[in-house]
Design a protein around this ligand. Structure first.
Ligand SMILES: Nc1ncnc2c1ncn2[C@@H]1O[C@H](COP(=O)(O)OP(=O)(O)OP(=O)(O)O)[C@@H](O)[C@H]1O
Length: 354
């Protein structure tokens, strides 16, 4: 009877990988007891649209076959998220140069993921301009746990936040040398009581030098997003941003074009202030996905100043970030399922012995 269920599941296609979930190796050994079918599923991006859809379809197919579904997540991939039990999917947000909206993207990406029901952490590693606390309206400092050894992160908009800004102050010049920064960041990361998280969004300092690379190496990053504006200068820097990951074993999840088309708040007409499409061309050049475009919209800056992420507000710029978050979550899932599929390809698509 498990074979009948497995056969029924062959009709379900992974919407991103484009293959049926059985031959893609996403279904483990099915067991049935008292009318309940236990289905181990290799999914890696909780609350992502594609994986939610796959799980819903699996439940429906199992019911159709006459059993009560009980799904469990069992993924055996080679990404850092799989190396440690309960490790989150760490997503690094980077940019080739400063001021392109990297922190704005990190804040709204994390908030949108939390709004979609995921358990999210936001780690502000931007030593040179830790402005995430301000963007989230945080004025207090994190406290210590009772054991005096761990730090309790600040909670805002349903996510847990830790910032290097709690140590250095937003306007203090950073005088630490590289190794010291690495040490402090690593301690802040490890000493924080994050609890169980699905995703951790990391706001890296702008640039593509050794400092960024060595930070990346300390964090178990599943993939990174590169934020750019459409102008050429930023794009030249963004190129370095994409290339930085060539030497580092993390996937580039894709490129985000920020400050794209300007929508006039008075008349609603659209203006291409910069050369729109640069982000897409960059993604094409490096054969990485283009994740989306965020408009140049004064309400994004205002919301940053008000300490409330724009994605919290029911406006067009907010939905652009929500769309972006769902694309990024789907990309994380794609990277993890593809990695699982390659790992599982040693064992061909044959049902395990019952
Ligand atoms: N799409 C947008 N439309 C309008 N303003 C934006 C947009 N994105 C970011 N901004 C504004 O641009 C400024 C720079 O953004 P942000 O601080 O996110 O950039 P950054 O790349 O993180 O900079 P830094 O180099 O300081 O790390 C902020 O005032 C922010 O509110």
């Amino acid at each position: 009877m498990t074979e009948a269920i497995r056969e029924a599941l062959r009709d379900i296609e992974d919407p991103i990988i484009g293959e049926n979930i059985v031959s893609a190796g996403l279904i483990g050994a099915i067991t049935v007891e008292d009318g309940v079918a236990e289905i181990p599923l290799a999914l890696g991006a909780p609350h992502s649209p594609a994986e939610t859809e796959i799980a819903d379809q699996v439940r429906a197919a199992v019911r159709e076959a006459g059993y009560e579904p009980s799904l469990s997540i069992e993924i055996d991939d080679q990404t850092p998220a799989a190396m440690v039990d309960d490790a989150p999917n760490v997503i690094a947000v980077s940019s080739g140069k400063g001021g392109v909206g990297k922190s704005t993207v990190a804040v709204n990406l994390a908030t949108a993921m939390a709004q979609r029901g995921a358990a999210v952490g936001l780690f502000d590693a931007d030593v040179y301009g830790p402005n995430i606390p301000r963007m989230l309206g945080v004025h207090d400092h994190p406290g210590m746990a009772e054991d005096d050894e761990t730090i309790i992160p600040i909670e805002r908009y349903g996510m847990k936040l830790m910032s290097i800004g709690f140590l250095v102050g937003e306007n203090d010049p950073v005088i630490w040398r590289g190794p010291m920064v690495d040490k402090v960041l690593s301690q802040l990361w490890h000493d924080t009581e994050w609890g169980e998280l699905d995703y951790m969004v990391v706001d890296l300092p702008p640039g593509t030098g050794d400092a960024q690379l060595s930070m990346l190496q300390q964090m178990p990053v599943v993939g990174s997003v590169v934020v750019t504006t459409p102008q050429n200068v930023a794009l030249d820097n963004a190129r370095k941003g994409v290339r930085m990951y060539d030497d580092y074993d993390a996937h580039v999840l894709g490129v985000i074009e920020n400050m794209s088309t300007f929508v006039c708040p008075d008349c609603g007409s659209e203006h291409d202030v910069f050369d729109v499409g640069g982000g897409e061309r960059l993604a094409e050049e490096y054969e990485v996905p283009f994740l989306g475009r965020i408009p140049l919209d004064p309400s994004i800056r205002e919301s940053g100043e008000d300490g409330e992420p724009i994605v919290q507000r029911d406006v067009a710029a907010g939905s652009a970030f929500d769309d972006l978050a769902s694309t990024v979550m789907d990309r994380v899932g794609e990277v993890r399922r593809q990695s699982h599929r390659l790992t599982a390809s040693d064992s061909p698509d044959t049902p395990p012995a019952q």
